[in-house]
Design a protein around this ligand. Sequence first.
Ligand SMILES: C[S@@+](CC[C@H](N)C(=O)[O-])C[C@H]1O[C@@H](n2cnc3c(N)ncnc32)[C@H](O)[C@@H]1O
Length: 310
Amino acid sequence: MSRRKGKSSRELGLELAAICGKHFFKLENLHYGYWTLDLSIDLANLHKAQEQYTDFLISHIPHEVKTILDVGCGTGHIAKRLMDAGYNVDCVSPSPFLSEQVHALLGDRAHLFECMFEQLKTDHRYDLILFSESFQYVGMGKALENITDLLNAGGCLLICDVFKVVPSAVEGIDNGRNGVMGGGHKLQKLHDLIAHHPFELVKDIDITPQTAPNLDLFDTAMKNVAAPALEASLDFLNGRYKLMARFLQWKYKKQIERVYAKYFNGKRSAEDFRKYRTYRFLLYKKLYPHFTSISTVESHKKPALCCSTK
Ligand SMILES: C[S@@+](CC[C@H](N)C(=O)[O-])C[C@H]1O[C@@H](n2cnc3c(N)ncnc32)[C@H](O)[C@@H]1O
């Protein structure tokens, strides 16, 4: 199974998020938090909000599920929680950096496929395939084919992730603003694609209100920590190594402008997130194939449906 060769900027972003999150805020996960009303929106509470997100996910797993494939398992902490709850879990991780953390955390308790999900080949079959904030990274067409193959009949697909929505009032007018916030497939595109696969949507929960506060936290951290740190570094360079500083600012002008435009523009806010994105918990059930002969129907009657809703 091949790994990707170069490191993409998104992969680098995830690695930096894992390092900074763990170092500064004791974060174990890479997902958004689930902010309930009793939790004040503060960076110091992000680890609690992340735990609440994992609790939310686990509480919605249909009770017949026994085996789970955790795709894009990040640091492996959700997989650990799932195993502690009694599930048999395998993981997929294309990032060598994150895979090392998964090995350190899980040892040989879980099989880790170190590849992109689109390239995964295995004879294993699962009751549930989980994409916790990792669906936005996969090519949807190929991923849906793989998911169909890797799920047992009656198995479930659970996607909990950010999607793009373009409010009709701003369609065509405000697209530049919409583009400022990266991430997420178009929700409508997922609906259109999955219609060609044997799945039935059994739960669709909009958790945008509970996840949007993360954007304000991120914006505050960029304004109060990252921007002053960057300014201070540039001032230091300008004072000490004037020529080199000028050369670097000239050489990396475009990249520096891009970073400012993307992260310090004040538009990655909870308000914009609510407007242009939706964070959805989507649970699908894989349908049984249609059978033509009575004997085939009889022989396929036995397996229990994994996705009966609670
Ligand atoms: C935002 S993190 C989410 C991690 C974890 N699931 C969580 O909820 O904390 C995205 C994860 O998707 C993984 N990923 C990115 N591209 C992928 C791909 N093509 N196939 C499988 N996983 C991928 C990353 O390595 C990372 O583990």
